[in-house]
Design a protein around this ligand. Structure first.
Ligand code: ACO
Length: 436
């Protein structure tokens, strides 16, 4: 961390001595005030529910400029990565900090391919779930259960264990998501085919059956790969912060990633892709584009509890760059599948247009986020709505691991332990039950 020339001074109106705090500069983005000694010096905590003004760590992985609508992985703009690289290159970049050359890419891809199968016992574990269980409920269980199968890579303090667990998680998540799908569909599991690309293999495990081969359409393969790239990391969002906090206790990487999966499930986070598609289908059932105005009135009515899902973001106060790329992919996939007139896509475009011109959205700087279009792409490909967030989890796994490993390697790493402003009862005595 680079110390800035200036310092921050906190003064108090009650005459208590003022406190000087160092300021650190990042390579880009806002400076931070180091408040670590504040409690020792003043006996006071800072108060920031939802972390609106708090940097919880230093990180060199992903940078977002929310006002510009810019997203960089290790300095590279998402627009360039989405067009020039594939998911394996992106994983290498996030994990190791550099884009691989051809031989490093081949080596990394081979290492991942070597781990795509899961322990055969996982099938029996999966069988314990109801067939209609939500895929994210299954994924939370399956990912956590990996720690029961791969004991030789559970020591988070051991760099070799961290490396092998990283490769295992990246390799096995597609297998687990496809198994969760096959289980709900009542179809036999398909083993991975390591001669296929990462995205192609996922499509194979999802849609092939032992009765017939599945030939992956290259447009769809590319679209899935792009979904993976766009969701791979997003700095200190809720699920990533969950993984860091969980991992900070020294728990094993599989358990920490399972915590991330659980957090991602919520509709304000990764569950938004499913919620967005359900919302579009509901509006379509109400009458489609002709009902958009009515729906928007509900969204703007604070008492309705209705939100425009896939819109708004804590950090982006401009167009989410991933949404633009996803919209492009949406058009490509629908054209390749002869679905140019897909009513949900038309509805999404109409909603976006109205929202971007409406004062409510303009004043609050609400723009489409990545989930606004990703559901339409996945649905067109044949991925069931309930599985959307599991696909997101699959893609985000590399980001979670990169962030977890970065934290463990940080000399300033400490167990995460936020404090509180206590507003409950002061000390009181327990009365015998007859006197209460
Ligand atoms: N529809 C309608 N109003 C909205 C929306 C929305 N989607 N999002 C925010 N607002 C309003 C809020 O009601 C609030 O209005 P107010 O100032 O009058 O009270 C204002 O915009 C600011 O919103 P906050 O909720 O304070 O913003 P916050 O940063 O806490 O929340 C969030 C961000 C959770 C993403 C929110 O925009 C939301 O719920 N969006 C819909 C869910 C969604 O798409 N989530 C995906 C996020 S991206 C991802 O995880 C991949």
């Amino acid at each position: 961390m680079k110390l800035a020339d200036n310092k921050a001074t906190m003064s108090f109106s009650n005459g208590a001595p003022s406190v000087e705090m160092p300021i650190y500069q990042g390579s880009v983005g806002p400076d931070v005030i180091d408040i670590r000694k504040l409690y020792a010096q003043t006996g006071m905590f800072t108060y920031d529910p939802g972390f609106l003004s708090t940097a919880s760590c230093q990180s060199a992985i992903t940078y977002i400029d929310g006002d510009k609508g810019e997203l960089l992985y290790r300095g590279y703009p998402i627009e360039q990565l989405a067009v020039n690289c594939d998911f394996m290159e992106t994983c290498h970049l996030l994990l190791y900090g550099n884009l691989p050359n051809a031989s490093a890419k081949a080596d990394f891809t081979k290492r991942v391919s070597n781990h795509t199968m899961v322990n055969e016992q996982m099938q029996f574990f999966l069988r314990g779930f109801r067939r209609d269980a939500h895929p994210m409920a299954i994924m939370t269980g399956l990912v956590g259960a990996l720690s029961a199968f791969y004991h030789d890579s559970t020591d988070i303090t051991n760099p070799e264990h961290r490396e092998i667990s990283a490769i295992r998680l990246i390799a096995k998540l597609p297998t687990l998501v496809a198994m969760a799908y096959k289980y709900s569909a009542g179809q036999p599991y398909m083993y991975p085919k390591n001669n296929l690309s990462y995205a192609g293999n996922f499509m194979h495990m999802m849609f092939a059956t032992p009765c017939e081969d599945y030939v992956v359409n290259p447009v769809i393969e590319r679209a899935i790969d792009r979904i993976f790239i766009l969701h791979a990391d997003h700095e200190q969002n809720a699920s990533t912060s969950t993984v860091r906090l969980c991992g900070s206790s020294g728990t094993n990487p599989f358990a920490a990633i399972a915590a991330g999966v659980a957090c991602l499930w919520g509709p304000a986070h990764g569950g938004a892709n499913e919620a967005c598609l359900n919302m579009l289908e509901d509006i379509q059932k109400m009458g489609g584009i002709s009902k958009v105005g009515e729906f928007m009135n509900q969204v703007k009515d604070k008492n309705s509890g209705v939100k425009l899902m896939g819109f708004g973001h804590r950090v982006y106060k401009n167009y989410d760059p991933r949404a633009k790329l996803m919209q492009e992919t949406c058009k490509e996939v629908l054209a390749a599948l002869g679905l140019e007139n897909d009513p949900l896509f038309k509805l999404a475009m109409a909603l976006e247009k109205i929202a971007l011109e409406d004062d409510y959205f303009v004043q609050r700087k609400l723009y489409p986020n990545v989930d606004f279009y990703s559901g339409i792409v996945q649905r067109a490909i044949g991925i069931p709505v309930g599985l959307f967030t599991a696909v997101f989890a699959l893609a985000r796994t590399v980001g979670w691991i990169a962030q977890l490993n970065e934290m463990i390697g940080d000399p300033e790493y400490k167990i995460g332990r936020p404090r509180q402003l206590f507003t409950g009862s002061v000390r009181r005595e327990v009365l015998p039950i007859a006197q209460r």
